[in-house]
Ligand binder design. Structure first.
Ligand code: FAD
Length: 410
């Protein structure tokens, strides 16, 4: 059904940044039709928001059907369709379902996708949305050994949760979790990796992530769901093929040199005693010279901003990490196009105590602030960079220990 719509505000993306932005605009302009265009059938909503201190906040995230938002804001319309085309100069946005929107202001909140070490290798998996988490679970259930690459939040959570499967964890740093905590805290956490699962169950009190009671998102492959968050594995049994509990072996200060399929490995000229490594579906050669056979590799090495649908025919300035560069009003280099969340990169000179990290908290803060900037620009009112960008702070949980942190001065 093709149709043209004139709208003042349109937001792209049903993740935390997009939903927060849409809710804020809808509450500031309660009689304006606001459109939220999203590729995923469920939207992420922030609930139980608590301001713990001036900069620390705690909240729950729920994945809900879009009607929940529409019931709360009568003039907020959620359209489940991906953006096909953006013509920024003409202020025109076209959705896959044929609808065309002529907007005054648009905010792009399309998130990121896993930065895979190697593209198109059947034995390399990334974890991003419910679909990929389920694929991981399926493969894990038959696996005896996996190799996990990366030292961020996803890798930390994963190595701790996996049972019944040996984990080789390769990190490029001297200590685990160094983007979140110092080497002393890392040493404190290491024994938790060896503890039996039953001994680990401390009460967990922190931001929770829940999915819609209907069973959550189950898009067809190729559809892009929202990024998961803490507790993404809740309700998914992360159990390998072995009866005994898992062992985690950490390889420090190394990266992946090469990943081979079994056939490639056998034909390779590697000077390793191949027969000693056993027969595995895949082999990983690390930069420290070691080679491990495994069932598959989890590439948990961050995300790439999901900018592809918007670049063609437009003139966006991109940052070094390929995010849409935004100024201190969350404006991209294209007029009336704003961006927030994982898709964007802060282009202003940051305070010494703030750094961008692609996390829930910042997606929410950016979505909220982008909406306030769009509103201020429409109303021709001044607006200053929000205080939340003065000091980086985050509450989360590592190995079942609640942790809150602030930025270190760099
Ligand atoms: P997303 O949540 O990715 O939402 C993007 C939205 O855009 C989706 O709705 C998608 O369908 C839509 N979209 C994409 N392309 C199009 C298009 N062309 N047209 C229309 N819509 C489109 N953060 C933490 O703070 N703590 C954690 O413990 C944590 N754990 C994580 C664990 C995992 C496994 C992952 C993947 C991420 C984790 N994160 C965590 C990061 C956090 O989830 C993200 O930073 C945050 O969700 C980003 O929100 P966003 O709204 O920018 O993007």
């Amino acid at each position: 059904m093709a149709s043209d719509k004139q709208v003042r505000f349109i937001i792209v993306g049903g993740g935390i940044a997009g939903v927060t932005c849409a809710e804020q605009i809808a509450s500031q302009f309660p009689s304006d039709e606001v459109y939220l265009l999203t590729a995923s059938p469920l939207v992420k909503t922030v609930t139980n928001f608590k301001q713990v201190s001036k900069t620390l906040e705690e909240f729950d995230i729920e994945e809900q059907p879009s009607r929940v938002l529409e019931e709360k804001y009568p003039y907020l319309k959620v359209v489940q369709s991906a953006v096909k085309l953006l013509r920024a100069k003409e202020h025109l946005l076209q959705a896959e379902n044929g609808q065309t929107f002529h907007y005054k202001k648009v905010c792009l909140c399309s998130g990121g996708r896993p930065k895979l070490l190697i593209q198109d290798k059947p034995h390399v998996l990334g974890i991003r949305d419910t679909d990929s988490a389920q694929e991981f679970q399926k493969r894990l259930s038959k696996a005896k050994r996996i190799v996990v690459i990366g030292n961020g939040g996803i890798a930390l959570e994963l190595v701790y949760e996996v049972e019944g499967c040996e984990v080789i964890w390769a990190i490029k740093d001297k200590a685990i979790g160094n983007t979140f905590f110092d080497a002393g805290a890392a040493q404190f956490l290491i024994p938790s990796l060896e503890a039996e699962k039953k001994d680990r169950s401390l009460p967990c009190k922190r931001s929770r992530y829940t999915t819609d009671k209907t069973g959550g998102y189950s898009g067809t492959s190729g559809e892009l769901g929202s990024a998961l968050g803490p507790d993404w594995h809740e309700g998914i049994e992360l159990k390998g093929a072995e009866q005994s509990s898992s062992g985690v072996h950490i390889e420090y200060e190394c990266e992946v040199d090469e990943i081979f399929t079994q056939q490639e490995f056998l034909q390779s000229k590697l000077r390793t005693k191949k027969s000693e490594l056993g027969m595995w579906p895949a082999y990983v050669q690390l930069t420290n010279g070691k080679v491990y056979g495994c069932d598959f590799v989890v590439s948990a090495t961050g995300v790439v901003p999901n900018t592809d649908p918007f670049l063609h025919g437009n003139n966006f300035e991109l940052a070094a990490d390929h995010g849409l560069r935004v100024d201190d009003h969350m404006r991209t280099s294209e007029q009336d196009v704003y961006a927030a969340g994982d898709v964007c990169t802060a282009g202003w000179k940051p305070s010494a105590l703030w750094q961008q990290m692609r996390l829930w908290t910042q997606a929410r803060q950016m979505g909220w602030y982008a909406a306030r900037c769009m509103a201020a620009d429409v109303l021709e009112e001044p607006i200053e960079l929000d205080f939340c960008f003065e000091l980086f702070s985050h509450i989360t949980k590592f190995f079942n220990y609640k942790a809150s942190g602030f930025a270190r001065q760099v």
